[in-house]
Design a binder for this molecule. Structure first.
Ligand code: ADP
Ligand code: ASP
Ligand code: MG
Length: 456
């Protein structure tokens, strides 16, 4: 059995769905369980609709909803059989009827809670998975749709829910595994439900995570993440377009890259896969003939010191100076308690004798945090920063990596530097306007020569 996950762009149009059907069909012998994301930009659209409703723009929200329905109908129509179309239309009617009731409710309430955000954003995957299952019939596959909310059970942390593993694995084992012996199972990614049956989501980009949970639960031999690039590349293609494909990478390296911004994989994806030692593949649904990237626990030996460069834009640096001359006992604890209280994760930290600098991504509570910090320290904030992270298992065995990076970065002003305890990464903070140049220079330095066993 294998899990095949298709991201938003891979199911964005009739043509894309047709490509997916043909990819799945040629792998039918391996008994695929298919996990799909919402079609195209549907999740963003649903969130925008929810926002308009609570802002009192009810008519706008309903118009956008009608457009979203048209989009789904238009793209699904050519890939669904004549005799199945009434069923598809019923499905669209029901789902969009519910959505318009939700929109009206939100416009009356004027408030968007995490629970209602999940209720609305779940429709993307509910629609795409049901439509994909119908479309597969058109290509001669016997497909069965499973509502992920019946199997992926989570805690109640709406918009960021964590799976309840024992319950979820039990249901995957009882429901999905036997079904997949006979039929092509199609499920929506991203969504789940609490034990009380309330709809939840696993966080943005969470369909990768769903695929890996499903893979672990059914004991899949492989988890395939089909997307719009050839695999994990040596740099983020939106920042540096000349990156090369990394053929093989370890779970630890992939997790680090995902955490520091390589959006191609949701950071939690590797967890269930590691636990059950299931290889994860990243593949291109537009170019299925390319081998992609294979992520496993035992990496292929590599003569390059790093595998890839991840980056994260829109980062804020918080500099905290001790108001006493030296850092007092308990100073760091007090600082981290403040960030913890406001559920604000800290990514990069560096300290000196009298100060601490750290980076955050989520600035929702920044003002309050600074207010509390300034009760025992001096605080200043720098917005518009970026993290650049070199990742590779060889960093820990190779002296002089930081020196090479500094040298390569030449004129770029480095705001912070840090090496994680795993010693798998070397992380810099630079101003966002220097990011593209920094990545280009580092890429030139570390990927001038490529080990052909690992890079394409
Ligand atoms: P999907 O909808 O299939 O889940 P995503 O948009 O979430 O796709 O992830 C794929 C995107 O990740 C690529 O289009 C690319 O722009 C981005 N990306 C960022 N860093 C990397 C990297 N190192 N290698 C490949 N893609 C990357
Ligand atoms: N549709 C969800 C999102 O856009 C989940 C995913 O695509 O992975 O975040
Ligand atoms: Mg994604």
């Amino acid at each position: 059995m294998i899990v095949m996950k298709f991201g938003g762009t891979s199911v964005e149009s009739a043509q894309a769905i047709e490509r997916v059907a043909s990819i799945v069909k040629t792998r039918r012998q391996r008994r695929p369980v298919v996990v799909v994301s919402a079609m195209g930009k549907t999740t963003n659209r649903l969130l925008a609709i929810a926002q308009s409703s609570v802002n009192g723009q009810r008519e706008d929200a309903l118009r956008l909803l009608a457009e979203l329905r048209d989009y789904h109908a238009r793209e699904a129509r050519p890939v669904i059989r004549e005799q199945d179309w009434p069923q598809a239309e019923r499905l669209l009617d029901e789902h969009f009827q519910e959505l318009s009731e939700l929109v009206k409710g939100l416009s009356v309430l004027g408030e968007l809670t995490p629970r209602s955000i999940d209720a609305i954003s779940s429709y993307g995957e509910r629609l795409s998975s049901a439509l994909a299952a119908l479309a597969f019939r058109n290509y001669g596959m016997d497909a069965a749709h499973v509502d992920s909310r019946q199997v992926i059970l989570t805690d109640e942390r709406h918009t960021q829910a964590a799976p309840l593993y024992p319950q979820t694995y039990a249901r995957l084992e009882q429901i999905v595994r036997p079904l997949a012996e006979k039929q092509v199972v199609v499920m929506g990614g991203f969504i789940g439900s609490t034990e009380k049956g309330v709809t939840t989501t696993l966080g943005r980009g969470g369909s990768d995570f769903s695929a890996s949970i499903v893979g672990a639960g059914i004991g899949a031999e492989e988890i395939q993440i089909w997307t719009d690039v050839d695999g994990m590349l040596t740099a983020d293609p939106t920042i540096f377009p000349h990156g090369r494909r990394v053929k093989s990478i370890s779970f630890a390296e992939a997790a680090e890259l995902a955490y520091f911004g390589a959006k191609v994989l949701h950071p939690a994806t590797v967890l269930p896969a590691i636990e059950r030692d299931i290889p994860v593949l990243i593949l291109n649904s537009r170019r299925p003939e390319v081998d992609g990237t294979r992520i496993t626990s035992t990496p292929v030996p590599c003569s390059n010191v790093i595998k890839s460069i991840a980056c994260k834009r829109n980062i804020t640096v918080v500099n905290i100076h001790s108001t006493r001359m030296l850092m007092a006992h308990g100073f760091l604890r007090r600082i981290f308690e403040v960030f913890d209280r406001y559920q604000t994760p800290v990514d990069v930290v560096s300290t000196s004798e009298v100060s601490v600098s750290l980076t955050i991504d989520n600035t929702a509570h920044l003002e309050t945090i600074c207010g509390e910090l300034s009760q025992f320290s001096e605080v200043d904030v720098e917005r518009g920063q970026a993290i650049v992270c070199l990742v590779g298992e060889n960093i820990r065995f190779t002296p002089g990596v930081a020196g090479r990076a500094f040298h390569a970065l030449g004129p770029v002003n480095i705001r912070m530097i840090s090496q994680g305890a795993s010693r798998l990464n070397l992380t810099f903070v630079v101003a966002e306007e220097d990011l593209a140049q920094a990545v280009e220079m580092l890429h030139g330095e570390f990927f001038r020569e490529l080990d052909p066993a690992v890079f394409d």
